[in-house]
Each structure stands twice: as C-alpha cells, then as structure tokens.
Ligand binder design. Structure first.
Ligand code: GLN
Length: 442
C-alpha cells in the first residue's frame, strides 16, 4: 500500500524512508517468536516512526536538508523498547515539518504530505507523516513528537487518536531536541486502546534523560463516565473558531452529559498568552539546540574555503526558512539586552499558565475542548502567513507549557467529509485517568 501510494498521482507521501525488506525480515522474526509462544501483545505489529527519532543504522533527517545522509548511531529509548524489546516491526520514517517546526508538514525538505481524506489539504503537523500513515491506513500505529501540539493537531486532521503524555513520563533520549522543556514523544493510533498499549510500553524512568520522572502509569480502561467532572474553559470559545468545530463541541458535551458526566464551565485566565509565551520559550530553546548543526558533526556540509565560511554556508543552505526564522527569534529573545523583557517574562507567564491548570484540576477530572479551531486547511493556505499558522495550535500549546497530558480523539466529520477532533487534558501524571475517560468518550 505504501508503494502504491507513492506512485499515485496525488500521493499521501507519509514516509520519507521505507524499509520494506528489513521490515519483512523483522516480521518473520516476530512470527517465529510467536510460534515459540514468546513475545508480547505488540510483537509483530508494524509501526511507523517520525523522522526525528533515532533508529540505529537508519537515516534520521528531521525532514531537513542539513541532516541528509546522517545515520543514527544509537536507538532512542522508545525504539529500544518497542522494536528491540517488544519486537514491533519498523516500517520506515515519517515525514514532518523541518525539525518539528510547523503545523502542516509543508516545511519538509523532502516534499509535502497530503491529508488522506482530502488530497488538497494538509495533514497537520509537525507529525503530519505519522498521522497520515495511520489515518491513510499505511500503518496501524505510529510514533510522533509533540512540542506544542504536533501529535494532537495532525491526529485531529487525519481522523486518528494522538496522545501527548505528561512531560517526563516518556524518555526523550534519542529524540532530536527542538525545545527540550516542551518536547514529548507519544503514539498516534486508530483507537484509544491502541494508543494506551503503546504508551504503556514506552513510559518509564530512563537514567539517560535527566528530565525523566520515576513514575509507572497505571492503565485501566473502563470508560465509565458516570460522575466524571469535565471542565470546559470559557476562554476556548475564540474568534476564528469555525462554526462546525463549535457545533461539534456542543454535540459532544450533550452526549457526555447523557452518559452521566458532569459538565462545568471553568476558566483558564492566562490561556490567551499561551501562543506568544510558547513562541518565546520554544524558539529560545531551539536556537540553542540547533547550534550543533555546523557541518562538522552531522549530515550536510557545504564546500567552502575557510572554517567560518563553511559554517555559514552549511547553515544557509541546510536550514529552511521557518527554521531560520525561529533561530533568529530565539537568539534575539535570549540576547543580553532582551533576555529580561522576553525570555524571563515568558517563563513567568508559563508559571501562571501552569497554575491555572492546577486550580482547574482541583475542581474537575479532565478538561475538554476542540483540538483545533478549524478543520484541516488547504495546502499553501497558511504557508506564507506564520501567525495564522501558529494560531492553529491555540488549544494544544498550553498543555506543553504546563507539562500535562492531553489526547486528541476523532469526533465525527464536517459536511464535506473532513475529520474533526476533540481534545481532553488531564492533570500531570494522571495519564491513566485521562486515557480511561478518553476510552469512555470515544
Ligand atoms: N506547530 C507548533 C510549532 O510550530 C508545534 C510544533 C510541535 O509540537 N513540534 O512549533
């Protein structure tokens, strides 16, 4: 199916690399294991992996020209667990926005990915390839990464489930860093149960990630919504929200009330600052994390007469426009004269946003709202308007700033057949509760 897609006239193009022969060999290995009565419930199940997660011996490009030809010399912890331990079958690496910066998978240096439900529209991003592989039935599950919504927004656009776990519960070792205090790996899957299985397998403390927490999630999917307190933030009704998204939310809320959930209006007063705060914190961290791509250590190297010329040429030719925009913005907000006014200020607002959630979770079990303000948008529609692109993450970003878990679930279709998603957020380290409620809502 993957090969058929790639040669079609408007391919989904979910993958940047596919390893058919290796996958077949791994599948045979898994069959043998199963025949011996060994393995786990994940053994032999194929998985697609976002191209910013290292699989030893295979290229990791982050969909950037600057990493072209770079082969990972070690496995990410999540890969070690899913592929080496559980024996899942590695299908290939999925397309993404360059260095996970974007919401549409249009900034990849290796071509766009199309929405499986409407080839004229984007799959979302930055894990657009992972979401399109699952939504387009080119993989049963996939791994993505989420810094400000990159698992949940594409999941909503491609009709699948996408979970961003609590910060620190899944090791980031082997995930190429974008904004280290926000990045989390998580699953994209067809059902909540599938996502929970993957989450269970990848969660756990890892001494190789200094932000990893000592915590073992307890997962029990019962889906009983009776008495579950669901908070709906009044700030989520924003300008620019589409009518269909609004109506969908109302329909979901009515259904949940019928099933015995208690729906309450709550307030997250600082949520209007989430997007600007994110773009200061994320770009600051990115400008520092992306220093290492200098043409010496990894991937692409431009030809030049002197060392400093080589640095400049490599980065000029290797990075795309959005990545350069972020490096410049991040360097600026961290510079001596502006650090206090921008970076330090953003950290303070981040604390206020986190406190809003702490107050909210004293009253409710989960928070519900749309995943995105609109259904999937058209290819090219927002590419030259960064602000409008950034606003497509308006509902997802605050969970990363607060470190809390959040999940996007498929929630019906627009009149024209485009997928819609809703998002549930839970309290930190309460991924188990979140998944249980999501199981009931699904
Ligand atoms: N769209 C957001 C950004 O461009 C989030 C990306 C992500 O979660 N990796 O930064």
């Amino acid at each position: 199916a993957i090969e058929r897609d790639e040669t079609s006239s408007e391919p989904i193009h979910a993958y940047v690399s596919v390893y058919t022969e290796d996958a077949l060999a791994m599948a045979q290995e898994a069959d043998k294991k199963r025949a011996r009565g060994e393995g786990t419930k994940l053994t032999g199940i194929p998985i697609a992996i976002k191209d910013n997660i290292n699989v030893r011996g295979y290229e990791t490009t982050c969909s950037s020209r600057i990493l072209k030809g770079y082969k990972a010399s070690y496995d990410a912890t999540v890969v070690e667990k899913l592929i080496r331990h559980h024996g899942m079958v590695f299908l290939g690496k999925t397309n993404m926005d360059e260095f996970a910066m974007g919401s549409s998978t249009e900034t990849s240096a290796y071509g766009i990915t199309r929405n499986p439900f409407d080839r004229k529209r984007v799959p979302g991003g930055s894990s657009g390839g992972s979401a399109a592989s699952v939504g387009g039935k080119l993989a049963p599950v996939a791994l993505g990464s989420d810094t400000g919504g990159s698992i949940r927004q594409p999941a909503a656009f491609c009709g699948c489930v996408g979970l961003k776990p609590t910060y620190g519960t899944v090791s980031r070792y082997g995930l190429v860093a974008f904004a280290s205090s926000l990045d989390q790996i998580g699953p994209l899957a067809r059902t909540v149960e599938d996502a929970a299985w993957i989450y269970e397998a990848i969660a756990g403390h890892d001494p190789r990630d200094s932000t990893s927490v000592e915590h073992v999630p307890v997962l029990k999917l019962e889906g009983n919504l009776k008495g579950v307190r669901i908070g709906v933030p009044k700030e989520f009704i924003v300008e620019g929200m589409s009518q269909e998204v609004k109506e969908n939310l109302e329909t979901v809320l009515r259904k949940l009330e019928q099933e015995g959930a208690i729906v309450k209006e709550i307030s997250l007063p600082h949520s209007e600052y989430a997007v600007p705060t994110y773009y200061v914190v994320a770009t600051a961290e990115a400008s520092s994390n992306l220093e290492r791509y200098d043409g010496v250590k990894y991937g692409y190297r431009a030809q030049a007469g002197t060392l400093s010329e080589m640095y400049v040429k490599t980065r000029t030719e290797g990075f795309g426009a959005e990545v350069k925009r972020r490096i410049m913005l991040g360097t600026y907000v961290l510079s001596a004269g502006y650090y206090d006014a921008y970076y330090l200020k953003a950290l303070k607002v981040r604390t206020l946003i986190r406190q809003d959630f702490q107050k909210a979770f004293a009253q409710v079990d989960v928070i519900l709202g749309p995943t995105t303000p609109t259904p999937p948008f058209g290819i090219g529609e927002k590419l030259n308007d960064p602000i409008s692109m950034y606003l497509s993450d308006i509902y997802t970003i605050s969970a990363n700033l607060a470190g809390i878990p959040a999940i996007s679930l498929p929630s019906g279709w627009t009149k024209t057949g485009l997928p819609l998603g809703i998002q549930l957020m839970g309290d930190a380290l309460n991924d188990g509760k979140l998944l249980d409620v999501a199981y009931g809502v699904e």
